[in-house]
Design a protein around this ligand. Structure first.
Ligand code: NAP
Length: 306
């Protein structure tokens, strides 16, 4: 995306090419973020704990700062992408003590961790007078900077609105959630909860088919049938969960639990690990024992909650 195409009300308030930006952390994600800034024409300063990373970005016009403090002072906006919040704190604490963020500089922390860590980081930033946005990158590095790149933000609304055009260089789907700085992490972990349990199911399916000689590649083309069911299902089940009503008009727990039992039976007879399936069966089983066999699968949310 070029700057002139940036679809943002903020782009009319700021002159994006005049906003210098800094990226702290040049791992896989940090390099992708810095590359997206460069592609959109932003003057980009880089810093990484271990020297020697991001030389390709320097070849494209980025500048390596000699220290993290120099990097922060070079820009109005600093984006941080480190492995976790322990690393972020180790890098950021001395910078705040040195006053590197003075002058209204904005800190955008795109490091992933828990909501608690995000909220305490925001408190720390407030104590030091730093405008703080927390964020979660919801796409792989190859998608960063593109029209499909979803990045959640929460925290300082004014900072987001001021730099929305700049942040859209990292992902056109820059989404501000709330002033609660923990919410980007809540959305992140909820979506990753779905992702990792789905990945576990996918790999188990390959193992199950493989136990009877079916190559994963033979099964894979047909799995889009299952993935295509999920978007409408997510909307319908979300409505059930929010309403606390679980009508099993189209499919019900009793039928679906019988289906799980078939998968368990086949898996056990092939000697496959059934840890995850047994956990799924146990949750559904508790709902069945309470007489909810005619309800939709969404009823199981009641068995997950404390
Ligand atoms: N990669 C993805 O597809 C992806 C997708 C969505 C979100 N994310 C999130 O993006 C963040 C960065 O991920 P990544 O893939 O870039 O990880 P990565 O490639 O492993 O890079 C980790 C970065 O953290 C730095 N680091 C680690 N410990 C440090 C410390 N104690 N002090 C200073 N720097 C430290 C590393 O610096 P050195 O080079 O000095 O080791 C490196 O810059 C994570 O929170 C991740 O969850 C990643």
């Amino acid at each position: 995306m070029t700057i002139s195409e940036t679809p943002s009300k903020a782009s009319s308030q700021e002159a994006p090419s005049a906003v210098p930006v800094t990226v702290l952390g040049l791992g896989n994600m940090g390099r992708a973020l810095a590359g997206a800034f460069l592609s959109a024409g932003y003057a980009t300063t880089l810093w990484n704990r271990t020297p020697g990373r991001g030389d390709d970005l320097v070849a494209r016009g980025a500048v390596h700062a000699p220290s993290a403090a120099d990097a922060v002072r070079a820009s109005a906006l600093t984006v941080v992408s480190l492995v976790d919040y322990d690393a972020a704190e180790a890098v950021l604490a001395p910078l705040a003590e040195a006053g590197a963020f003075e002058g209204g500089r904005v800190l955008v922390n795109l490091t992933s961790d828990t909501p608690e860590r995000s909220r305490s980081a925001a408190e720390w930033a407030a104590e030091h007078g730093i405008a703080y946005l927390d964020g979660s990158v919801m796409v792989p590095t190859t998608v960063v900077g593109g029209p499909e790149a979803l990045i959640f933000y929460s925290g300082d609304r004014e900072a987001f609105e001021r730099y929305e055009g700049t942040l859209r260089a990292l992902g056109a789907r820059a989404t501000f959630l709330d002033e609660d700085p923990g919410l980007a992490a809540v959305y992140d972990l909820a979506m990753l909860d779905f992702f990792y349990t789905a990945m576990s199911g996918l790999i188990h399916a390959f193992a199950l088919a493989g136990a009877d000689g079916v190559k994963a590649a033979a099964l894979a083309p047909h799995l889009d049938t299952i993935s295509a069911i999920l978007p409408p299902l997510a909307g319908a089940m979300a409505a059930h969960v929010d309403a606390g009503e679980y009508p099993g008009d189209l499919g019900n727990l009793a039928m679906e639990t019988a289906g799980i039992d078939h998968i368990l039976h086949m898996s056990r007879s092939r000697g496959l690990d059934v840890t995850v399936l047994e956990a799924v069966r146990a949750i559904a089983g508790r709902a069945l024992e309470k007489g909810h066999g005619g309800d939709d699968w969404s009823r199981t949310v009641e068995e997950i909650r404390p």
